[in-house]
Every structure is written in C-alpha cells, then in structure tokens.
Design a protein around this ligand. Structure first.
Ligand code: SF4
Length: 317
C-alpha cells in the first residue's frame, strides 16, 4: 500500500477509495515489457526543471514505464490543475482525493518549462476536476495561450478529462485551438463500470465528435488499454465508434497494474496481436495508429504528430 503524510502529519493512502479492494497479485512482466531504468544526463536535467518550477508530470504520477526513454529525450507530459484527481478509475495511479486550489501561475510556469526545454511539441494533461464549475477548461485554455505567447512554433497537444456534466467546457478548450485534442476512451463500454466508473462511454465518444464538429482543423486522438478483459470484437466496435466520431489517431497499449489494489491484469497481449490491431485500425480509416505493448498516449507524440499531419494531407489529395 502506498501511503503519504498529510499536512497534519497523518499517514494517508494514496488511493483511499481502493483500500477496500482485495489484494491481487501483480503478474511478472514478459520480456517485451521490460524497459531500462531511468539514467543520468538529460533525464536528470528534465527532472530538475520539473521540480524547480513546481510542476507535475503524468510520467511520474502514473508511473509510466517509458519515463527513462522520454525524459532522456527531454519529453515530459505536464499534468496541470494539481496532483489530486476527483475520480477513482481502477487502472490509474494518480493520487485521488479532495484537490487543493488551482495555481493560477501554472499556465505561465508550463510555458516557461516548454521554452527552457526548447520543445517543438508538448502534451498537456490534467487530473479530473469535478469540483470546478468548468472542470478546469479555462485553465487548459490559459495554458495553451501562454505557450503560444512564449513559444509560438511549439505544437500543442491536450489530453483532457471528459468534462462530464460541465456545460460548454469542452468548447472553451476547442476554441483555444490546440493542434491535437486527445481524450482517451481507455477501455470497451462493457468494462466502464468496473474500470472507469465515474465516466460514460458515449459521453467520451461524443466529446471527440464535438471537437471535429466545432473545429475540423484540430486533429483528434484517443487511446485504449488492452489486457483488462476485453475481447477483440469489442475493441473493433470501439474503433468503429471512434472512426464515426472522426478520430484521426488511435493509440493502443498494454494495461499495467500499478498496485495490488488496482484492477488486475487479465492477460499480456502479445506484440503480434498489437500489430494485428494496428492493421485492422488502419483498414477502418484512422490516419495514424500506434499499437504496441508500451504505447502510451504521449509516447513519441511529437514525431507521431508530424506523421499524422502528413498522412492527413496525403489522404486529402
Ligand atoms: S509516454 Fe508519456 S507519460 Fe510516459 S514517460 Fe513518455 S511522456 Fe511521460
């Protein structure tokens, strides 16, 4: 169990709502999921910069297996709106609970980090903020604006929550014109109640569709985790729903269980099966697909954005 010490010096579990869950054994990873431990050099520089500016990254908070590779290439995914999430998804390692107030200087700090790192592409994500009237949409928009001011040539990708029951929130983010609007579907509809209990499958699909309706120039992107107990037909149905909603880019990666209290892994999907899902997804009409055991929404996001742009241009010729 991961515990933290709160301001009153009391130990508090990182995921209080999960403490009632039975422990489930964490399966040993197959060779194709083994990664090198984070190193020194550029990795340390990225870590220092993030720490000095008081920023949060999903790379650390979600215990992403790619952190060694990404941070060594100065690629980090900034997590705005604090480090505490108001949802309790069964797959996610981000701390849950009652969040603190928003840091209104955070958009400027993120822009400063992007400038200092000299990034050509940045991914901004956030915790869920169901406690805020707009779900944090304006804070996303302010962050986009500050990055545009500081480094106008940096392309911006947002990976947003679902803004469930937050009227007009998604429109605020769309109108700030990110280059890529990503919202992860995460899993098949049958598993929503156990894996993503605070979310609604069709609201998430509708959010992606809304982005295209309002601004067709913005690229849309969404992701799925596999290995949670879904079957292939269900994954193909989600692909169809995404294509119907105009999603340009699909990512598919292996679910990894963060702690014994999280949802157990049903199975490890093999690299060949990932390849087969990639072929199927392209045949369904996505402009870009990344499907591999270690694929994550923001893995290689900059390079993939360039490919996506070219693929869409070729398709329009
Ligand atoms: S894949 Fe994304 S979340 Fe993981 S380390 Fe890389 S940038 Fe961070």
């Amino acid at each position: 169990m991961v515990t933290m010490i709160d301001k009153l010096g009391k130990a508090r579990p990182r995921h209080p709502e999960k403490q009632k869950n039975p422990d489930s054994e964490i399966l040993r990873k197959p060779d194709w999921l083994r990664v090198r431990a984070p190193g020194l050099g550029e990795y340390q520089n990225t870590a220092k910069l993030v720490k000095n500016l008081g920023l949060h990254t999903v790379c650390e908070e979600a215990a992403c297996p790619n952190i060694g590779e990404c941070w060594s290439k100065k690629h980090a995914t900034m997590m705005i709106l604090g480090d505490t999430c108001t949802r309790a998804c069964a797959f996610c390692n981000v701390k849950t609970g009652k969040p603190g107030p928003i840091d209104i200087d955070e958009p400027k700090k993120v822009a400063e980090a992007v400038a200092q790192m000299g990034l050509s592409h940045i991914v901004i994500t956030s915790v869920d903020r169901d406690d805020l009237d707009d779900g944090g949409a304006l804070h996303f928009a302010n962050t986009i604006q500050e990055i545009r001011k500081a480094t106008p040539h940096t392309t911006i990708e947002v990976l947003t929550p679902d803004f469930l029951r937050k009227k007009n929130a998604v429109e605020i983010v769309i109108d700030a014109k990110p280059d890529v609007f990503n919202h992860n579907i995460e899993t098949v509809p049958r598993l929503y109640l156990s894996i993503r209990p605070g979310a609604r499958y069709y609201s998430s699909i509708r959010l992606l569709e809304r982005v295209k309706e309002r601004d067709a120039c913005i690229f849309t992107k969404s992701g799925l985790m596999v290995g949670l107990g879904e079957d292939k037909q269900e994954v193909m149905q989600v692909m169809d729903d995404m294509v119907a909603a105009g999603v340009d880019f699909l990512t598919i990666g292996q679910y990894l269980q963060p702690t014994r209290k999280h949802a157990p892994i049903d199975r490890f999907v093999t690299p060949d099966e990932f390849k087969s899902l990639e072929v199927i997804a392209y045949s369904k009409g996505f402009h870009m697909v990344s499907s591999s055991p270690l694929t994550r929404s923001s893995h290689h996001a900059g390079d993939d954005f360039e490919k996506l742009r070219q693929n869409r241009m070729s398709a329009q010729k």
